[in-house]
Design a protein around this ligand. Structure first.
Ligand code: FAD
Length: 410
């Protein structure tokens, strides 16, 4: 049954589909060049003939182009329904990505953010508008999440080896305590576009929302140009609009949280005009002293988040917020994370590892897909997962979770 939200989405999809059809079908200019007086008496016949021709010519299927490349230590891919007004090129995309890197990369020593990180306390740092926008969002989320999300976590991220310099050993308790001293949003002040650090050692790391921000920038670029249907993907942070090449809403896969099953999907979200971001502990981790260490740090403990959550997928109109919320829920853990997501009205899909031997009902369990026969990695023995999603996520999930999922843009 369609509720009002679903009905509205369906109306929006149909409207957009019509716009795409009309744009493409302007090629049949002879139909539109006929003077209106002579068209009027025969318009039903002409429209029917036009629709028939459109169908025969396949003009309801716009051509999709794809531009790919590398950025921020990962890939980017932009798929779009190309047209007269939608003709973006690689230079424009890379210029936009370069602007984000120049502003907020901690991997680029001369970026605006790196210079602030190297600066001394009590200096006035006047932020560019992009950096101010992202810092403002980071401060808001730090407050709302009770400090679970905190971009001053940089010294700890670096100490645990997940920053620009890799580390091979777990840090000592002393080093951890030292690094923690500069962690906390109270160590900086953002007043309009003026940022002041209160300690020399404050080091801001925007990796948890910077990729999402870059996705939003590219999506805005496409939309400003008049593009209607597109997918922007930077290292798995995704924003989509309009329709996929199949003429349907976009389908975005949620990966099985298991390194031996890369490329396989646990479920599929059906979305448009929205962003999807996933944070997980199954791709970016290290094994230290026999323990798997995640790149998401709990600023409250100074250590990598140590809870059962292995993957969080958030759906949000802004890729930056989706990205930031996904990291926040990874830190909060399953129960607190779900409570926070409901409280914030978030569409969240969370996968958590079950302790071995736990008793669970079948409907809580994920039906883990068969191992990839080409993969040489051994699946983790007896790993069992449970999943939970918020009420706001429900409309985007398929009625029956499919095991054979074809993704758009793959
Ligand atoms: P997410 O969950 O989205 O983010 C996790 C990251 O957020 C952690 O790695 C850490 O940096 C930070 N973090 C951890 N805990 C917290 C917390 N509690 N609160 C807030 N933040 C936290 N990588 C490279 O290898 N080379 C590059 O040249 C490079 N350039 C980059 C440029 C920019 C502008 C950005 C934003 C990132 C860049 N990266 C680069 C980083 C790389 O893309 C990261 O791996 C990525 O941003 C982390 O994203 P994720 O989806 O893996 O994890």
């Amino acid at each position: 049954m369609l509720d009002s939200a679903n009905l509205w989405r369906q109306i929006q999809f149909s409207g957009r589909y019509l716009v795409v059809l009309l744009r493409k079908c302007l090629v049949f200019r002879q139909f539109w060049h006929i003077p209106s007086q002579s068209l009027w008496p025969y318009w039903p016949i002409r429209v029917a003939a036009a629709l028939l021709l459109m169908g025969l010519a396949g003009c309801g299927s716009p051509r999709y182009d794809m531009i790919r490349g590398a950025t921020m230590g990962t890939y980017y891919a932009v798929h779009f329904a190309a047209g007269e007004s939608c003709a973006i090129n690689q230079q424009q995309i890379e210029a936009s990505l370069k602007a984000v890197n120049d502003a907020m990369s901690t991997y680029q020593a001369d970026s605006e953010l790196s210079l602030i990180n190297q600066s001394l306390a009590h200096q006035n740092n006047v932020l560019s508008s992009d950096l101010r926008f992202v810092m403002d969002a980071a401060l808001q989320l730090a407050g709302r999440s009770g400090g679970a999300f905190d971009v001053t976590v940089g010294p700890l991220v670096n100490l645990w080896g997940f920053g620009p310099q890799a580390q091979t050993q777990a840090p000592s308790a002393k080093a951890q305590a030292m690094a923690s001293k500069a962690v906390g949003m109270e160590h900086l002040t953002l007043d309009g576009s003026r940022l002041v650090k209160h300690l020399d050692s404050v080091y801001i790391d925007l990796s948890a929302l910077g990729k999402g921000f870059a996705v939003d920038q590219l999506a805005d670029l496409l939309a400003d140009m008049g593009c209607v249907s597109y997918m922007v993907d930077i290292g798995g942070e995704i924003r989509v609009a309009g329709l996929s090449p199949r003429g349907e809403v976009w389908r975005i896969g949620v990966e099985v949280p298991d390194p031996s099953r890369f490329g396989m999907f646990q479920t599929v979200l059906e979305v448009t005009d929205n962003s999807v971001a996933t944070s997980g502990d199954y791709r970016n981790y290290r094994v230290v002293d026999g323990r798997r260490i995640d790149h998401v740090i709990d600023p409250r403990s100074g250590s990598p988040a140590n809870n059962t959550v292995v993957s969080v997928t958030i759906l949000h109109p802004s890729a930056m917020w989706a990205d930031a919320y996904a990291t926040t829920l990874m830190v909060l853990g399953l129960d607190a994370g779900m409570r926070f997501a409901e409280q914030e009205g978030l569409a969240a899909y969370v996968i958590a590892r079950l302790p071995q031997g736990d008793l669970v009902t079948d409907d809580m369990l994920i039906d883990v897909l068969p191992a990839d026969p080409l993969s040489s990695a051994e699946p983790a023995a007896e790993e069992r997962f449970e999943f939970r999603y918020t009420s706001a996520m429900q409309p985007y999930l398929p009625a029956a979770l499919s095991n054979a999922v074809m993704m758009d843009g793959q």
